[in-house]
Design a protein around this ligand. Structure first.
Ligand code: ADP
Ligand code: MG
Length: 235
């Protein structure tokens, strides 16, 4: 990371221990990580290595046991619960593996969920939702229900919902996990385009192929960062 770049994310000695009543699980051990604004980082590692924990801790959804998580110099776990909710809404768009589209809502209505608490008039929310669906290549399909869309299209609806509020940071947890290779690639290409448009992207994957769109690959094993490689060809 050069001095010209602005640090967006800082993990400082972050530990996360899950207390399950039996043996505590140390999901993150002494994690230190800096991510600059505008980076596309893939976090890879086997199942159970702590990837989702890293992402939810970063997403102000899962407090660290110790250490600090700063985003744009804001100590996210020093905020009140209400401030955290506002922060999430303003800063972060989430894309999950299970996509989590509501099956009885149309593509447009699913995207509108990303604007539920935005202070916009209904008509403006609808035009934003339609614009973002067009941007992900779904113009004309706004009124379809999820089952009337292909897997790749559903993935793009999920991404549209995550970005409709224009968050600076996009967090994606195995966004291609349930998709075949070709449709998964559509979602990865879309994340790459968003990154080129200025969004910082952190994507978790157990698939090293998926990591190829990223400019930097961070490997995690047993809750520890074991490798951190910048990929010049991808930038
Ligand atoms: N809510 C939880 N309660 C207890 N243990 C958990 C919880 N979430 C995750 N874990 C454990 O923490 C470790 C890391 O899990 P996770 O972050 O989901 O890994 P990954 O996403 O890489 O598969 C695993 O051992 C998992 O079983
Ligand atoms: Mg996971």
């Amino acid at each position: 990371m050069s001095k010209m770049e602005t640090t967006m994310i800082e993990f400082q000695d972050v530990e996360k221990t899950y207390d399950t009543g039996g043996v505590p699980v140390h999901a993150l051990n002494e994690v230190n990580l800096n991510v600059a604004e505008g980076e596309f980082v893939a976090v890879i590692g086997p199942s159970g290595s702590g990837k989702s924990t890293l992402l939810t801790v970063l997403g102000a959804m899962n407090p660290a046991t110790s250490g600090q998580v700063l985003i744009d110099d804001i100590d996210i776990y020093a905020l009140s619960t209400e401030q955290q909710a506002d922060f999430r809404h303003e800063y972060i768009g989430f894309v999950f593996q299970q996509l989590q589209l509501l099956p009885y809502l149309t593509a447009q209505e699913n995207v509108l969920l990303g604007l539920v608490i935005a202070k916009l008039r209904r008509a403006d929310k609808i035009s934003r939702a339609r614009e973002v669906l067009e941007r992900v290549g779904l113009k004309g399909k706004e009124g379809r229900l999820p089952y009337q869309l292909s897997g790749g299209e559903q993935g793009r609806v999920a991404v549209a919902r995550a970005i409709v509020n224009e968050p600076p940071l996009i967090l994606a947890d195995e966004p291609t996990g349930n998709l075949d290779r070709a449709t998964g690639k559509q979602v990865l290409d879309l994340l790459r385009d968003l990154n080129h448009a200025g969004h910082t992207v952190l994507m978790v994957s157990h698939d090293t192929q998926a990591a190829q769109v990223a400019g930097r690959v961070v490997s995690i094993l047993d809750g520890q960062i074991i490798d951190d490689v910048t990929v010049p060809s991808a930038v």
